[in-house]
Design a binder for this molecule. Structure first.
Ligand SMILES: CC(=O)N[C@H](C=O)[C@@H](O)[C@H](O)[C@H](O)COP(=O)(O)O
Length: 232
């Protein structure tokens, strides 16, 4: 089905209070395939998060739901890999997805690119595309808001040197509560939300929506959880 969802349909209204399913599989994962990701997307009812132009396009051809697009690329001179440079930002935005997500962790970007410049270019070239900040810490939540990002994600909390090992569910979502107090922007909870109860708690605390990935779309990760339990 050709995606009938258009940028003019307000993304935030479409996903408010809902589950967004992250359908991603990197080249080293069993389900790495745009076709498989497009079929995974059929599990979604409100929105999807997807990695790479080819997967975004395959998903938009298959389902009429809004996509948060990103492009994971590793560069030798930077630890930033989620839509790291203006090149990836432009490519993802060109798919027509209503939201482009990128790393906002304060770490140096490839080629010395500056996030403020990237944002300014995106506002000029893709004025209708929303920008989602994949943040790791309160400092970078504040930085994202100051840069004018439209949506705050908790995506990278626990995945950067300063937040290594942290989980947004720790101490009844203590960190998420702090994020919600820190920003006036819509917050999408993301990262290790792996049960329906955790999803409900994030929404009850005030998140705009919740992204769940691995717990739904990564069978290897899911199976490893069961195998680990055998050894408990
Ligand atoms: C750290 C990183 O690169 N996270 C990525 C962001 O796009 C995805 O691999 C995650 O699956 C997504 O954030 C959803 O999180 P979870 O799979 O835990 O529900």
């Amino acid at each position: 089905m050709t995606g009938e969802f258009t940028k003019t349909t307000n993304f935030l209204d479409a996903v408010k209070g809902s589950l967004i399913i992250s359908c991603q599989a990197l080249p080293d994962e069993p389900l790495h395939s745009s076709f498989i990701m497009s079929r995974m997307a059929l599990a979604a009812t409100a929105g999807i998060r997807a990695n790479s132009v080819v997967d975004i396009q395959a998903i938009q051809d298959e389902v009429d739901l809004p996509v948060i697009g990103l492009s994971k690329v590793d560069y030798p001179d930077s630890p930033v890999y989620i839509t790291p440079t203006i090149k990836e930002m432009r490519a993802v935005a060109a798919t027509g997805c209503p939201v482009v997500a990128c790393d906002v962790t304060g770490q140096p970007r490839p080629n010395g690119e500056q996030l403020a410049d990237i944002v300014a270019t995106m506002r000029q070239e893709f004025p209708d595309t929303l920008l989602m900040a994949d943040t790791d810490s309160l400092e970078n939540v504040q930085a994202a808001e100051a840069l004018g990002f439209d949506i705050i994600g908790t995506t990278m909390h626990g995945y950067t040197p300063v937040t290594k090992g942290a989980n947004i569910a720790d101490n009844d979502f203590e960190y998420l509560k702090a994020v919600l107090k820190t920003t006036s922007k819509p917050v999408i909870a993301e990262g290790k939300v792996d049960t329906p109860a955790k999803m409900k708690r994030c929404l009850a605390l005030g998140c705009h929506a919740v992204v769940v990935g691995g717990a739904i779309t990564r069978p290897l990760q899911i199976a490893q959880g069961f195998v680990a339990a055998l050894e408990d």
